[in-house]
Design a protein around this ligand. Structure first.
Ligand code: ADP
Ligand code: MG
Length: 333
């Protein structure tokens, strides 16, 4: 599949109070044209910072890209000027955030905000923009779009606001949509409707999508590829069907075991003990080792590399066993 986005060894660090915070620590993945790739992991694993790095929106001065490349349509985004990046955001890459209220302006009507996207990015005139806005509200399933266009965000429900955010993200027919927990703030029924909407619209305009979520149910529903992140690293990545059929990394297995399903809805869920360590307190060796029931000495001493295993990439000593003879001798005891 032709690649649209390639993230190569991306490192995004924060610097605060003399501390180094390696929020994203050398991750690589790619998104093919028309493909949906999910990034999954518990809160604090570096998912949102990955998204913001791609968009060139890392909070400064505390945040810095410390390494790697982001190749979009064959060009390194880190070599683009601020002006070029602004053009890319909104025209070619757009973002759907978790909390609709923060991405909508409370003092403008939704019609005005949508038409502004057309005015700004496509040079459409105000009146024409408003017409396009109404059309878009219709497409995202908002009833009586003519009336709704004249309303303000606070006059709408959470689900409706999220539909408007989606409309804004799609307004310019972007090549890539980055959706960061797009349905987390919504109740389950609305969540399913919004996911359906995103999926259908995405297929209609042939956009690629990077979907960030902590919910494997959403991954199963939406994505073809999945990247499992833990503590700023990729621990496993593969086709979604392979991850669900045969998860290899103990962290991936833990995530799957803690997923509610029809079979275990009534049972207590197996959650992974403990929490993601703070980036200033990442342990030596495998960052998951303090929570891993299979961890051996090597896991606690040496960081496992991300290995290509054919059907997946995997970063785990127990599963890969690809360490050198020297390491093997030292740790076989
Ligand atoms: P996720 O989206 O997976 O929940 P984030 O990407 O938001 O996680 O954050 C990863 C880590 O980066 C956090 O645990 C936090 O320590 C650090 N981080 C995020 N934003 C900032 C910031 N503005 N300043 C300092 N550290 C930050
Ligand atoms: Mg996040």
């Amino acid at each position: 599949m032709e690649k649209l986005l390639e993230v190569k060894k991306l490192k995004t660090y924060f610097y605060k109070n003399q501390e180094v915070i390696p929020a994203v620590d050398g991750i690589s993945f790619s998104v093919g044209k028309g493909e949906t790739v999910a990034i999954v992991g518990e809160s604090g694993s570096g998912k949102s910072i990955t998204a913001l790095s791609i968009l060139g929106c890392i909070p400064t001065p505390s945040g810095r890209i410390e390494g790697g490349e982001i190749i979009f349509e064959g060009k390194n985004l880190f070599e683009k000027s601020k002006k070029e990046m602004r053009k890319i955001r909104g025209n070619e890459i757009s973002m759907i955030f978790q909390e609709p209220m923060t991405s909508l302006n409370p003092v403008y009507t939704v019609g005005r905000q949508l038409s502004e996207v057309f005015e700004l990015h496509q040079g459409t005139k105000r009146k024409e923009g408003f017409k396009k806005a109404i059309e878009l509200l219709r497409i995202v399933g908002i009833p009586s779009p003519e009336e709704r266009a004249k309303q303000y965000p606070h006059q709408m429900s959470g689900g409706m606001r999220q539909r408007i955010i989606i409309a804004m993200a799609l307004a310019c027919r972007p090549k890539l949509i980055i959706a960061d927990e797009p349905t987390t703030a919504l109740d389950v029924t609305v969540q399913a409707q919004i996911l359906d909407l995103i999926k259908n619209l995405k297929e209609e305009i042939g956009t690629s999508m990077l979907l960030i979520t902590h919910d494997l149910g959403v991954v199963a529903e939406m994505a073809e590829e999945v990247i499992v992140m833990y503590a700023g690293k990729v621990v496993e990545s593969a086709r979604v069907k392979d991850i669900f059929k045969d998860p290899k990394h103990p962290y991936t297995r833990g995530l799957l075991a803690s997923m509610p399903s029809l079979n275990n809805a009534n049972k207590r869920l197996n959650t992974i003990e403990g929490t993601v360590p703070k980036p200033t307190e990442f342990p030596k060796g495998c960052r998951f080792s303090p929570r891993c029931e299979f961890a051996k000495k090597i896991c606690k001493d040496l960081e496992p590399p991300l290995c290509d295993k054919g059907d997946r990439s995997l970063s785990c000593w127990i599963e890969t066993k690809e360490y050198t003879e020297e390491v093997k001798n030292e740790y076989s005891a």
